[in-house]
Design a protein around this ligand. Structure first.
Ligand code: CP
Length: 307
């Protein structure tokens, strides 16, 4: 597990985790999923968790909050507009200020790739990366793996098509690291501007294509990505043009294996990345992913606190 801060156990990315650590978190996630949602546990009773979000979030922020509360912890939510960052305080000073109040964990999302890694080197408070720029979103990859495993039983040998704005996607990077460690065959597909050769150096078992039909053919899992409009200086494709080449329709799903499943980390842009027919179909695991997000974040919070 990533542990850079003095005495702190952190979860900063999937890249540095080994299979045993990932399996342990997935097993723990399965356990927490089996606990009825209304049953409050006391694993983290008396602990305080700061959720520090410098970028918008619905799923990650809310599920960390619910996960912490189910474990009996107290939570404090901070967003840029409500903090002294809007008065000119630096990120390091803000984090030192929060750390001085002795929370047990800081969960942070930030637009700058590497921001939590940088801060973890200076803080003794354990940190969890809730998404850093275009770099990693480790809890998303863990909840995606749990979702796939619930249906497929294994990751080994699965053909997983990851489709969309890969260059800007921390979800893609974390998933490529995780799926590759478990022997999945990954095909990355997107516009030429979004699929570069260095993706194949990220992890073994990654192939590239710009053709949607080639990517989805015989796929076991189709993982769609959100177009990261906030990370593009100019919109690379107008909405309808993007859907024409890289949007997932029922016609594409028909090319995949008969039991193929469709994932999307959300928020989904209907008619840009995915058609409503697919998003609302039996193949779609989108809400299963959201549900699994709570269990996985319970597992991660407990693990980090026990370090
Ligand atoms: N998947 C995901 O990170 O969603 P949010 O931006 O809503 O947290």
């Amino acid at each position: 597990m990533n542990s850079t801060g003095p005495n702190a156990r952190n979860l900063l990315g999937i890249e540095d985790l080994d299979r045993a650590e990932i399996e342990r978190l997935l097993d723990s996630g399965r356990h927490f999923k089996s606990v009825p949602p209304r049953k409050k546990l006391d694993a983290l009773r008396g602990r305080s968790i700061v959720n520090l979000f410098f970028e918008p979030s619905t799923r990650t922020r809310t599920s960390f909050e619910i996960a912490a509360k189910r474990l009996g912890a107290d939570t404090i939510g901070i967003q840029t507009l409500g903090s002294s960052l809007s008065k000119g305080e630096s990120l390091v000073d803000t984090l030192n200020t929060l750390a001085a109040m002795n929370p047990d964990i800081i969960v942070m999302r930030h637009a700058a790739s590497g921001a939590p890694h940088f801060l973890a080197r200076h803080l003794s408070t354990p940190m969890i990366n809730a998404g850093d720029g275009q770099h990693e979103h480790p809890t998303q990859a863990l909840l995606d793996a749990l979702t796939i495993l619930e249906v497929k039983g294994t990751l080994q040998g699965l053909r997983v098509a990851i489709i969309g704005d890969i260059a800007h996607s921390r979800v893609a990077r974390s998933n490529i690291h995780l799926l590759s460690k478990f022997g999945a065959d990954i095909v990355a597909c997107g516009p030429a501007t979004s699929v570069s050769k260095n993706l194949t150096q990220l992890a073994p078992g990654v192939s590239l294509t710009n053709r949607m039909r080639d990517a989805v053919r015989d796929a076991d899992v189709i993982m769609m990505l959100r177009v990261q409009l906030e990370r593009q200086n100019v919109e690379v494709f107008p909405k309808s043009e993007y859907f024409r080449y890289f949007g997932l329709s029922l016609e594409h799903v028909a090319l995949a294996r008969p039991d193929a499943i469709v994932l999307h980390p959300g928020p989904i842009n209907r008619g840009r990345e995915i058609s409503s027919e697919v998003a609302d179909s039996q193949r779609s695991m989108i809400l299963n992913q959201v549900e699994n997000g709570v269990a996985i974040r319970m597992a991660v919070l407990e693990w980090v606190c026990s370090g």
